[in-house]
Each structure stands twice: as C-alpha cells, then as structure tokens.
Ligand binder design. Structure first.
Ligand SMILES: Cc1ncc(COP(=O)(O)O)c(C=O)c1O
Length: 477
C-alpha cells in the first residue's frame, strides 16, 4: 500500500517496538487475552499515549488521517465515528436543531433518527414514503413531496433523509438539494449503506457530490472496516457550524478503539488504491448474475425498484430476490439457504430475501449463490400454500414529540389492551429496523393490526422490552 496511513503506521511501529505497556487498556497489549484472535487484536488496541493523538482534540496522526478521509470522500471535513453511523446521526441532530424546532424526516428512517430526535428535542414532520405496491417496501421519498412539505412548513430547520435505503434504492438527492438550497435549509443524508459510492463513477453518486450538506457513512456495512467503524462528512456550507464539533465530542467516547480507527483508515487507503478495480469487477458480476437469477422460474431479481417515484439509482451490491413464484416464503427460502447450502443472507421478508454482496465475493461465490437458488426453485416451484395478504406499514398519528414521550410516565399492559393508547416504545421489525410505531404515537386499530401481523409472520421485533410483543409500554394518561 503506498497511500498514506498515519494511524496504521504508528500502530505497526509501536507493535515492533515491543515496549512494556504500563497504560490502558487493561489487557496490556493483548497479554490478558486467552481467546483465539484476541491476542492479535490486543497488540493494536492502544490508548491515547504518544504518538496516538486524541480523537476528541486531534492534532497529530488522527488529524492527518481525518484530512485524508475528507479528501477521499470529497468532504470539507470528516470525523471518525467509532460507534457506528448511529453516533453520526445523533451528532447531526444535536448540532442542527434546537428543542421544539421542526425537522423533516422520512417515515422509513432507521431507529437512530429517533434517538437523534430525543437528544435534540425536535418536532418531527414526517415525509411519506413511496412504497412498492407489490411487496410493501419503503423505497424512497420524492423531491416533490419534500418541496411540498417545505412550503407547507416554512419553519423547518433541517431535513434528514436516508439514501441508499436498506434495499439499495438511492434518492434523487440533486433534486432535493435544489429545493433545500433555495430555502437555505440544511440537507443531511444518512448514507450508512453508501460508503463505497465515492470510489466508482458507475455506482450511484455520493450524497455530498449531489449537494447534501452533510452525510454519514456506516463504513463497516460495505467496506473492509470493523463493526462500528463509520464516518461523518460535512460540506463547505456547514464549515462554520461549530456545534457539530461540540456535539461530536459530547457524544463520542474518550477511549476510542484503535483497531476500529485503523480499519477505517486502512479501508480509505485500500479503496483509493484498489477500490475502483474491485468495484468494477463487482459491477460486472452483479449485472451478469442478477440477469441469470431473473431467468430462474419462480424467482425475480430485477432492478424494478428503479421505476418507483423518487428513486434515482440502485446499489448493484444489494441483491433482492423475490420468491413469489415459489411455494415457500422469503423466511423459508433464507432458512433453506442456510441449512442446506450454508449461505446466510442479510435479511428475509415474506416475499423476498436480501443478499449483500461485497467487493470481496468472487465469481465462484456468485455462481454458488445462483446455483443454490436454481436447486431450491426447482424443488419449490409452484403456488404458495396460502399466501398471506400483504399488510402495509401504517402511518401513525404523532401525539407527543419523541422527547416528551421519552420522559413521560409509562405503564406496561398486554398488547390486546393497547388500542387507542399512546405508545411509550419503539416497535420495529429487524432487519431493517424501520419503526412502525414510535414513542408518542397513537396505537390505532391499523397500528395494532400491523403489530399482530409482525408477530404472526415471525419477524424479529426490536425496540420493546418484551421482544414477543405480548406486552407493551404505553404512556400513562
Ligand atoms: C439506513 C441506516 N442508517 C443508520 C444505521 C445505523 O448504523 P450503525 O449500525 O452503524 O450505527 C443503519 C443500520 O442498520 C441503517 O440501516
């Protein structure tokens, strides 16, 4: 590797020095670990002694690496995140909005948006999602809807969007930015799943390059980065916003993981040197195998998402396979892939599975995935025994702001008794973790039925204390 990697280089030098480590962490450079692999990682898990700089007040190797990160992603300034994209989203909510101010957010946001709203005390105005009629997937929000809401709510202080979505659809950020620029409203993009976009021109363009004022990349999701490794980028328009830095330091640990920091740095350098070639290869494989999977009787794997309003592109590394022509559902398909073919996909839903391909999957991997689908489709081709009616995620009424609900008095009741009350919990099916109900929202008949539907389909429910959803916390009234 010839690209500069100041953090990695310092870690390697320190490891070679073999000095007696009389400092944190308590495993003493890995000595305290007796678990396969931990000793190795421990050698590079240091603390902020010389020359390792300080994440909260960088002036040495971290500062240098931060500049290199910003350059690679076309940002005015970039920040390392060691607690996932979540911490970047929290940072931006806290820095952009004051309590009681209004913010535009899409309904299909990740749960970290809710955390951001509690932390900032803002009042959400939800943007409706464009939902695919056949599978009920929330694919986008349209620039027209954003423009309309901005006109209807002249006191919006910021807009937060998600692009790409978990399914890989990319929004028309350019069109949205044209609206927000005119009104001088900062446009923030949760680009958690798009950290690779900056490194190949035939992939969707990055949010920053389309005019977003800030973006958060969950780098660990798509690049060779340890879990929790992410980054926050800001564009020039926010360069004087000092509250971004103070919010960042408020919400960031004073003991960052150097393996995570180093992996972010390494991935940046790696992508600068080898990213384009690997992305090219992945693009070719994606086109070829999506076409082939699409030919399998009973399965569909097109980019038909692109036709949804507001969708401007699609991440080729997201492979959504619809199984409406098989007599098994998406959950069963995922289970068969795991149990009989040792393939674990990212996510399944009643009508589909989502496979996340990486830059490191070879032609053999794509071929094996394809052949496995061929075998399964041959065996299970046919009409579903009993196809469950598709139930769309509801659009609940907001009664209290997320922060008011968070601090309100709560009580635990049986789910059957919750109709007509205000929820005190977030309820989301994971993946993708998009809440169908947030604290402060009304449990209408429609919302209640949707929760019953989630229970019936066996979806993994996150948010409530009772993961089976037999009980739910509501606001005491
Ligand atoms: C769209 C989106 N945004 C944000 C996040 C949060 O990312 P992290 O897990 O890195 O905190 C996720 C995680 O799944 C996500 O899918």
């Amino acid at each position: 590797m010839t690209a500069k990697t100041p953090i990695c280089s310092a870690l390697l030098d320190y490891d070679r020095e073999k000095c007696l480590r009389l400092h944190m962490p308590g495993h003493a450079g890995g000595l305290g670990f007796d678990f396969p692999g931990f000793k190795e990682i421990g050698r590079f898990d240091v603390t902020e002694v010389f020359p390792f700089d300080n994440l909260q007040m960088p002036s040495g190797i971290i500062e240098e690496s931060r500049h290199l990160l910003a350059q690679a992603f076309g940002a005015y300034e970039s920040f390392f995140l060691v607690n996932g994209a979540t911490s970047g989203i929290h940072t931006l909510f806290l820095s952009m909005i004051n309590p009681g101010e209004k913010v535009l957010v899409p309904r299909n946001a990740h749960k970290s948006f809710f955390g951001g709203m509690v932390i900032s005390g803002c009042e959400p105005v939800y943007i409706p999602c464009q939902v695919s009629e056949d599978f009920g997937l929330a694919l986008s929000v349209s620039a027209d809807d954003v423009a309309l809401l901005l006109r209807e709510n002249p006191n919006i202080k910021a807009i937060f969007l998600t692009s790409p979505t978990y399914y890989g659809t990319v929004l028309d950020i350019k069109a949205v930015a044209a609206e927000t620029r005119m009104l001088n409203v900062p446009l923030i993009v949760d680009e958690a799943h798009g950290g690779h976009f900056s490194f190949h021109e035939e992939y969707p363009a990055s949010a920053l390059s389309c005019g977003a004022d800030a973006a958060v990349n969950g780098l660990h999701k798509t690049l060779p980065v340890f879990n929790q490794g992410a980054c926050l980028h800001i564009g020039e328009a926010l360069k004087d916003k000092s509250r971004i830095f103070s919010s960042y330091t408020l919400l960031t640990t004073t003991s960052p993981s150097y393996p995570i920091l180093a992996s972010i740095e390494w991935a940046r350098a790696f992508m600068e040197e080898r990213g384009h070639g690997l992305m090219e290869q992945a693009l070719v494989l994606s086109h070829e195998y999506k076409f082939k999977i699409n030919q399998i009787k009973g399965l569909k794997c097109g980019n038909k998402f692109l036709r949804a309003k507001g969708v401007a592109g699609y991440d080729p590394l997201k492979v959504v396979v619809f199984c409406d022509g098989l007599n098994i559902d998406g959950y069963e398909l995922a289970q068969i892939l795991r149990n009989e073919f040792q393939i674990q996909v990212e996510m399944s839903e009643p009508g589909l599975i989502l496979a996340m391909m990486s830059l490191f999957h070879t032609r053999d991997d794509w071929e094996y995935f394809y052949q496995s689908l061929v075998c399964i489709a041959q065996k299970y081709y046919g009409e579903k025994k009993q196809s469950e009616p598709l139930v769309f995620m509801p659009f609940p009424e907001v009664i209290l702001t997320p922060r008011e609900a968070f601090f309100a008095k709560k009580k635990r009741i049986r789910l059957e008794e919750s109709r007509g009350l205000i929820s005190a919990e977030m309820i989301a099916a994971y993946p993708p973790g998009i809440p169908c109900l947030l604290p402060g929202e009304l449990i209408s008949d429609e919302v209640y039925d949707y929760m019953c539907y989630l229970k019936m389909t066996g979806a993994k429910i996150i948010g409530p204390e009772d993961g089976n959803l037999d009980f739910i916390y509501v606001i005491e009234q």
